[in-house]
Design a binder for this molecule. Structure first.
Ligand code: ADE
Length: 327
């Protein structure tokens, strides 16, 4: 008989996994829908030259307490070698609806759906940002900044519950380690520790990032995520059907102002110099929920980083709003 405890586990062996369909091409490699015997999974394939990114993302998924309903669930990693090429695989749960960005392109949402997506997304972000202490430190979860928060990196489950994905640029802040409690532990996988300030997607960069401020501590990185969070909630509002008036096609934040391929200079002029933010529609003032949500969004994308709301606070406000406004 075979001792079941000796059965190979996914991380030690070749998985019985079949790639089905290319879903997306990202900053690093590509994402496939794939089939395990019991379930569909997503496989993110990194070419060998992007080993740093694969390691950096694994490093985050392997932290304690990273299992959360609103964080994309990690399943396994694999180094796939055949005669000629090496590929690095990162296997996670698969969500058929795909990213929030893609969903909003082809769907509108009700006020109740806006509240659900908004709350589950900010619950995931608040969890990521929070430090969870543990008596022996072995199970302690450090605070984590995402650093590339955007609607493409929020995935939707079947019931429109959001989960946060893509931790390739994330930074962890472990208390009591490193030279300063509030500075990031630059991962040994980071190829250039001085490149850590201006990363992410231009369109979603906070003014202080666009400006090229060089020294960020933990709280400044979390506030940079909150600026992007404000932009994503605005994206949700633009697709909400609970208001009268015409609904225009989905547009990314600042797409109306700078189009689809803005340069860094264009984003700097718009967001830093002119202090422009995405347009808030007059018709939102007539909806009891959307009109109050405007204030929250404006407190997320405030020019003054220190004035921005925390993810926990946005979560609480969305909860109050969804309970008090039913339509
Ligand atoms: N696109 C990127 N990651 C995905 C995932 N896990 N499920 C579905 N679509 C994705």
């Amino acid at each position: 008989t075979v001792d079941p405890s000796l059965a190979p586990t996914p991380s030690q062996s070749s998985l019985n996994l079949q790639l089905l369909e290319l879903k997306a091409r990202g900053r690093y490699g590509s994402v496939w829908k794939a089939q395990l015997p019991e379930q569909y999974v997503a496989v993110k394939i990194f070419p060998l030259q992007d080993k740093q990114s694969w390691m950096a993302e694994l490093d985050i998924y392997n932290l304690p307490q990273m299992k959360h309903d609103n964080i994309l669930r990690f399943i396994a990693s694999e180094k796939k070698e055949d005669n000629l090429t090496t590929e690095l695989w990162l296997i996670t749960e698969f969500h058929e609806k795909g990213s929030l960005c893609d969903f909003l392109k082809s769907n509108t949402i009700t006020w109740a759906q806006l509240c659900h997506i908004g709350q589950t997304m900010t619950r995931g972000l608040a969890y990521l940002h929070d430090e969870i202490p543990s008596p022996n430190h072995l199970q302690a979860k450090p605070a984590i900044a995402h650093r590339d928060f955007k609607s493409k990196n929020v995935l939707l489950k079947q019931d429109l519950t959001a989960c946060i994905a893509d931790f390739g640029l994330a930074l962890k802040f472990e208390p009591g380690k490193g030279f300063n409690e509030t500075h990031p532990q630059l991962s040994s996988f980071d190829p250039n520790p001085f490149s850590c300030s201006q990363v992410g997607t231009r369109r979603y960069m906070a003014p202080e990032v666009l400006e090229g401020a060089i020294c960020f501590n933990r709280d400044s990185f979390l506030r940079i995520d909150m600026y992007a969070c404000g932009l994503i909630i605005w994206e949700l509002m633009t697709r909400c059907t609970s208001i009268e008036g015409s609904m225009e096609e989905y547009r990314l934040p600042f797409e109306a102002e700078v189009g689809l391929q803005p340069t860094l200079e264009e984003m700097q002029t718009l967001v830093v110099t002119q202090k422009v933010r995405p347009a808030l529609k007059l018709s939102w003032q007539k909806h009891p929920g959307l009109s109050k949500l405007i204030a929250t969004v404006e407190e997320c994308w405030d020019q003054d980083a220190e004035a921005r709301l925390s993810a926990g606070c946005v979560l609480e406000r969305l909860g109050q709003l969804s309970r008090s406004v039913n339509s």
